[in-house]
Design a protein around this ligand. Structure first.
Ligand SMILES: *Cc1c(COP(=O)(O)O)cnc(C)c1O
Length: 359
């Protein structure tokens, strides 16, 4: 039987070394004499783990001291609300870049709290390209600029960080820790954990300190960043298991050599996959070359029937979860940090065989 490779878009594959650690640690967490799921978050065992996880993330991303790192719940989707609630700070307008499905969700929620100025819109190119930054219509009265560095569904990824004179907010759910970024260019970064950080249930927020504590109207206490910032993300019970899983992923990344080494790995993996798509007349990907995602690679065979057959046959070869998102169909291979080069090579070799059989 072939080795199993999981191309799920999220919840996504974990590094196999992390899975092994989870398994061996499970019955008894270090000195705790109980599993990590059964101990108090305020006890010394969990507190030590939580502090180390935060420090490891700070080291990996080189997060400056004037940023808080929060370990929250509610998913990236809850951040679509928390961002305007906290960052409008009395202003009436916010800028949003619309480059795809998740941008649109953020815009929809943002519109409930302010006038959203859509400063660029990729609808007209079917979310396959990003308009030249010099043409963006950014409202200078906006409280912030929100964008999605990697659009998970269409596979559209920024290759630069917008320079703007207001807090820059990024939904990094599907690209955090995949390449080097300068955190000091951002006001706030958020990411659901289930793609590149660990298991679902945890959302990591990295926020510049001066932006928090300015919630204007009375809001639920847990929707104010300062609540968790002032309580080490333990105002209430955190998602301890997901936090622990994240800690293991951070350790794994550090052992691999940090962001620079995983970034190179991601570049190599995606290059191989796009090359094999471009070399054939059978497969296609229509995203502007410069903005092709290194994390999510959507592609198509000549027709939807063959797409379906591809996904089905791939599963029989132990290549899992290659079905494209229902919004665009086709095939999608999510190749986050945890996907090995071996996995991408297995996919590419399957693609060659499938084309021979069906082309
Ligand atoms: C998966 C994803 C989300 C949704 O995350 P939830 O944790 O399910 O709310 C939001 N934004 C992006 C870019 C994503 O990839």
């Amino acid at each position: 039987m072939n080795k199993v490779f999981n191309f799920s878009a999220g919840p996504a594959a974990l590094p196999s070394a992390v899975l092994e650690r989870l398994k061996s640690d499970l019955p008894k967490f270090r000195d705790a004499k109980a599993s990590v799921m059964e101990i108090s978050h305020r006890g010394v065992d969990f507190m030590t783990l939580a502090k180390k996880a935060e420090q490891d993330l700070r080291d990996l991303m080189n997060i400056p001291d004037n940023y808080k790192v929060l370990f929250l719940q509610g998913g990236a989707s809850q951040q679509f609300s928390m961002v305007p609630i906290n960052l409008l700070r009395g202003k009436k307008i916010a800028n949003y870049a619309n480059t795809g499905h998740w941008s649109k969700k953020a815009i929809l929620e943002g519109s409930r709290y302010c006038d959203v100025n859509i400063c660029t819109d990729s609808t007209k190119n079917g979310f396959t390209d990003i308009e030249d930054y010099s043409t963006w219509m950014i409202d200078p009265d906006g409280a912030y600029l929100h964008y999605t560095p990697n659009e998970t569904i269409a596979g559209l990824e920024f290759d630069y960080i917008p320079e703007v004179n207001m807090p820059l907010v990024a939904d990094m759910s599907s690209s955090i820790l995949s390449r080097k970024i300068d955190v000091s260019k951002f006001g706030l970064i958020y990411a659901g954990a289930q793609k590149n950080i660990g298991v679902s249930g945890l959302t990591v927020v990295i926020v510049r300190e001066d932006l928090i504590g300015k919630v204007v109207e009375q809001q639920p206490v847990l929707f104010d960043y300062s609540t968790q910032a002032n309580n080490d993300s333990m105002y209430n019970t955190p998602c301890t298991f997901a936090w622990y899983s994240a800690a293991l992923v951070f350790e794994w990344l550090k052992e691999l050599g940090g962001i620079e080494s995983i970034a190179q790995h991601n570049k190599d993996k995606s290059r191989l996959l796009y090359k094999s798509i471009d070399q054939s007349d059978f497969y296609s990907n229509n995203v502007a070359t410069r903005f092709r995602s290194r994390m999510n690679v959507p592609f198509f065979t000549p027709n939807p029937e063959l797409d379906k057959m591809f996904v089905h046959d791939a599963l029989n070869e132990n290549l899992l979860a290659l079905k494209g998102h229902r919004a665009i169909g086709g095939i999608r291979a999510s190749i986050y940090n945890a996907m090995s080069m071996e996995g991408v090579e297995a996919l590419v070799s399957f693609m060659v065989d499938f084309e021979k059989k069906s082309g």
